[in-house]
Design a protein. Structure first.
Ligand code: ZN
Length: 186
């Protein structure tokens, strides 16, 4: 099992914080099979509310993926209490961690389902779309526009082993940084 942190970086214009709005938030990822290296070109999502049984009585996982090439069944779990809001503008911050068995994420698609809060007023905004174009709302209380930019993303291989599982916070990068497509293209 490998614990991988997803780091995001966005320009936060008059935005105090950005985070998934609800527990049913879907983390859209491209996934590479660690066994055979096959990397399907489509996004698959992991949701903290999904519990799919793993074959052979190996419990449940938030996402179970059977590799089409080698047939291996791989799993991904969202690490409990690993979620952190994005609070700094233009700085990479870890927003969630995944427990990966037999696969690794290679790309992230932010899409919809985010919430943010305005600076100064702390006004909450729901239904924030970070997919492509700039999302802008007007904060009446603070009298300014609120706009988080679509984020860049990278993956960080975090500390392995049971010790890391008990602590909610991801320690600094131990393995190599995995820069995903989103970052490479921008
Ligand atoms: Zn495979």
């Amino acid at each position: 099992m490998v614990k991988i942190g997803l780091q995001l970086k966005a320009t936060l214009e008059n935005v105090a914080s950005v985070q998934p709005d609800e527990d049913d938030f879907r983390w859209y990822l491209k996934l590479r099979c660690a066994n055979c290296g096959d990397e399907p070109d489509h996004f698959q999502y992991a949701c903290g509310l999904d519990t799919t049984p793993v074959r052979g009585g190996r419990g449940h996982a938030n996402l179970v993926v059977k590799c089409k090439l080698c047939g291996r069944e791989n799993t991904l779990d969202i690490v409990e209490n690993s979620g952190r809001p994005l609070t700094e503008s233009d700085i990479f911050q870890t927003v969630v961690a995944f427990d990966c068995r037999g696969l690794e994420p290679t790309d992230f698609s932010p899409r919809i389902g985010w919430a943010c809060r305005g600076t100064d007023s702390d006004t909450p905004f729901a239904n924030v779309d970070l997919s492509e174009k700039e999302w802008v709302e007007y904060d009446e209380k603070a009298n300014q526009s609120v706009s988080p930019s679509p984020p860049r993303a990278l993956f960080e291989e975090a500390e392995k082993g049971p010790k890391a599982l008990s602590g909610p916070k991801i320690k600094g990068p131990i393995g190599r940084l995995k820069v995903c497509q989103l970052l490479q293209n921008t």
